[in-house]
Ligand binder design. Structure first.
Ligand code: C5P
Length: 224
């Protein structure tokens, strides 16, 4: 049988990653951080100077990402480590350089199709009893039939505050500008600020992480 899936979308600073991490830990499910794999694509693509318009080079790059993704099934640990051919890239994919370059790759339809296919394959054959998948288009494109679909939102101020705390930064206004710039680029690809039909919208601005996780667990279908 298909495992149960919780699909979580939302922008940077909405609390999406902490929520997905906490849910996966609480439920003992696979945490699928799809943004991490877009980041891996940008990291490897940048290192090897892959032009997203070069179909052959892009195909080779995506083959490599696909293999690493397929090998990432349910190590059980949270937060997740991201491994590519034995190299731990967990920190390398979070640098500002990678954050700024992801959209160069994530806006290419082939990249989205190949990654989405990989996410669906992983979810279909995971050893985990369920999957918490987070990203931008998970509720709409990757897993539109998920058992539960939630869009996390937060005010720009709350998002900038959280991101700054996460990065240990004091320049909240600078972070707010970076977030707005990344939103602008990402929104050209998928609208992750408007809930699609049937998607529960949850504003996390005034909620603690524990409250957000409790709400989502309460929303899970009871027959699981
Ligand atoms: O979630 P995170 O901020 O780590 O995602 C990094 C980048 O990956 C986003 O800015 C976006 O360009 C891309 N992404 C995407 N679709 C997803 C997840 C991430 O385009 N489902």
């Amino acid at each position: 049988a298909e495992p149960m899936i919780i699909a979580l979308d939302g922008p940077a600073g909405s609390g999406k990653s902490s929520t997905a991490t906490g849910l996966a830990r609480r439920l003992g499910w696979l945490h699928l951080d799809t943004g991490a794999w877009y980041r891996v694509t940008a990291l490897l693509g940048g290192r090897e100077d892959v032009d997203p318009a070069d179909a052959v080079a892009l195909g080779r790059l995506l083959d490599r990402v696909d293999r690493a993704l397929a090998a990432s099934d349910w190590p059980g640990e949270e937060p997740r480590r991201v491994l590519v051919d034995g190299e731990d890239v967990t920190a390398a994919i979070r640098t500002p350089e990678v954050s700024a370059s992801v959209s160069r790759y994530s806006r290419v339809p082939t990249v989205r199709e190949r990654l989405n296919a990989g996410f669906r394959r992983l979810a279909a054959r995971t050893r985990a009893p369920g999957v918490v998948a987070e990203g931008r288009d998970i509720t709409t494109v990757t897993f539109p039939d998920a058992s539960l679909r939630v869009l996390l939102t937060a005010t720009p101020q709350a998002r900038a505050r959280r991101r700054a705390a996460q990065l240990g930064e004091t320049d909240v206004a600078g972070i707010a500008r970076d977030i707005a710039e990344r939103d602008r680029r990402d929104l050209a690809v998928v609208d992750f600020l408007t809930p699609a039909a049937g998607v529960v919208s949850l504003d996390t601005s005034e909620l603690t992480l524990g409250q957000v996780i409790d709400r989502i667990v309460d929303l899970l279908p009871v027959d699981r």
